[in-house]
Design a protein around this ligand. Sequence first.
Ligand code: NAD
Length: 350
Amino acid sequence: MSVFDHKEFDNHERVSFWHDKASGLQAIIAVHDTHLGPALGGCRMWPYSSSAEALTDVLRLSKGMTYKNAMAELPLGGGKSVIIGDPRQIKTPAMMESMGRFVDSLGGSYFTAEDSGISVDDLHSMAKQSKYIAGINAKYRYDGQPSDGNPAPSTAYGVFVGIQAAVRHAFSSDLNGLTVAIQGLGHVGYRLAEHLHKAGAKLVVADIYRDNTARVEQAFGATVVPAEEITTYPADVLAPCAMGATISEESVNMIQAKVIAGAANNQLSTELIGEQLLDRGVLYAPDYVINAGGVIDIYHQRFDSNPDDLKAHIERIGDNLSAIFTRSANEKMATNRVANLIAEERFKHN
Ligand code: NAD
């Protein structure tokens, strides 16, 4: 297994491996870039089939965090950690404490937080061994309400602000009377539906669970369609808020919405889909730009801020997207490519 000549290496500053025999912890921390500040990125626990697979994942995710944090105007670099193993089978508090010692051993160049397979309780175990654990002890939401620690309200608000910016660019209008198709009504999708409903949008929704769609149907008068029809529904806006790769070689030519803007990570199955969307006149809000409300929330909770500053910061997602849309139109470059260029301008020249 090579590191320096790995295809995802991309000039990572640091890649550390940790094995703790007593707790069984095998983990990797990757720090991609710290020009803008210490790296922040979640810890993922997953039953990787090999350490090579875990390395590929952590390198890819860590680089992604550099771009996301830079675009979100955070004074933070990008990093990520992975733990090898099935969280339902082998995770123990002792293992999480060992992970805390691993994070601590980097002396503050990397802050960790929640990701798949890691809960807030796990972060509390890590925090017994390190002060470099974020995403715990959240005090407030962006609207001043007390927080239960879930960053989804901030993510949903950021996506809503981002959809407003996209709609202004594509239709020169607000959301009133437009139809928005939401794929996935979980933590983010449900809250997004609420914002859109209040703004006068008509909602068409899908989820694989009937109770999730029923809630939105009752609360906001949404029209429910089968999950396999939502991506190609003739709506004004498509908001993917479920899993990744919704926009693929198969679906891209069947999409009827003029705007794609939602919370899901990795919405395009490949970066090349961005050019196809540009050619078809579909405005795509790059996923890591529009869904940054959660990481912005984690940053503000961690670094002693307040709800007003958090809210104002989330609202800058709209300005960031407007700048991307304008540059994309002027330079005839796909929005996902423009986002990458702007992020690189920020972290490479600092
Ligand atoms: P969630 O698991 O709470 O909700 C996802 C929903 O999508 C579930 O209700 C699920 O039933 C539904 N779903 C799954 N497959 C579907 C399909 N094929 N068609 C329709 N619905 C389907 O997750 P979440 O926290 O709401 O996050 C949604 C997306 O946003 C994820 O991709 C996540 O990675 C991303 N995201 C979330 C946050 C956050 O703060 N929660 C931050 C950034 C990005």
